[in-house]
Ligand binder design. Structure first.
Ligand code: PGA
Length: 254
């Protein structure tokens, strides 16, 4: 089964390190059947364009601003990342939601701007530990989906991928002793997401939308997580930074 494998670099690597990484990844993943997307920092996008064009690897940004242009010192627009060669953008990542206080309203505007500029969106949703302990995760994720996708038409969902990324399962938020999320837990939430898409759009939309899992996917668990038919792929943070590790996960036949 063909999977979508997204690498989220977060704020890591220099341009020259990324150049080496991109060249190596292109070579190491030759012939993969999966859709491989790397999302480095903004400053690396033109390097990605230079060294990934001609390979089968796509690349994207980790954020955009919601306005098209204007007096927004320090911000980057959808058009700018598109021009740099990006075809994807990660939106609603929990780092953005929690550390930069991004609201669902803002994420909704960013999604609309991204789609209007022909970008594919990887929309991250997921609950924190407190919400999970209170057993409110299904309601929480449903609301994120409703608010983030408000006003987005069914035909536009073709360009939207949803990543279920529970905040408590992300590698930098957990201690090493915490057990990996189980397949059953992943499937239960993937089902919540698909049912919400069905409720808001249609059965067809719920079947067609790609739902990824993210949170500590690594060499030790990728076969179990990605070998699961219910998930269409994974978003990978920490484990994508090592090109050999990421290439192994990206190249696998699932
Ligand atoms: P992780 O990060 O794979 O290191 O848990 C995933 C993410 O935050 O996107």
């Amino acid at each position: 089964m063909k999977k979508i494998i997204v690498g989220n670099f977060k704020m890591n690597s220099t341009v020259s390190e990324f150049k080496t990484y991109a060249m190596s990844l292109a070579t190491k993943t030759k012939g993969t059947k999966n859709t491989v997307v790397v999302c480095p920092p903004y400053t690396h996008l033109t390097t990605a364009k230079e060294f990934l064009t001609g390979s089968k690897i796509f690349f994207g940004a980790q954020n955009i601003f919601d306005a098209e242009s204007g007096a927004y010192t320090g911000e980057i627009s959808a058009k700018m990342i598109k021009d740099a060669g990006a075809t994807y953008v990660i939106l609603g990542h929990s780092d953005r939601r929690n550390k930069f206080k991004e609201t669902d309203k803002l994420i909704n505007r960013k999604i609309k701007t991204a789609l209007a500029n022909g970008l594919k969106v990887v929309l991250c949703v997921g609950e924190n530990l407190q919400t999970r302990t209170a057993k409110q995760e299904a309601a929480f994720v449903r609301k994120q989906i409703d608010d983030d996708l408000k006003g987005i038409y069914e035909n536009e969902l073709e360009s939207v991928i949803i990543a279920y990324e529970p905040v408590w399962a992300i590698s930098t938020n957990r201690d090493e002793k915490t057990k990996d999320i189980t397949t059953k837990e992943i499937n239960r939430m993937v089902d919540v997401i698909r049912k919400e898409i069905e409720a808001q759009y249609s059965k067809k939309a719920s079947q067609n939308i790609n739902v990824l899992y993210g949170g500590s996917v690594n060499l030790g668990n990728y076969k179990r997580i990605l070998g699961n038919e219910a998930v269409d792929g994974a978003i990978i943070g920490g484990a994508c930074l090592d090109v050999d590790n990421f290439a192994i996960i990206a190249k696998e036949n699932y």
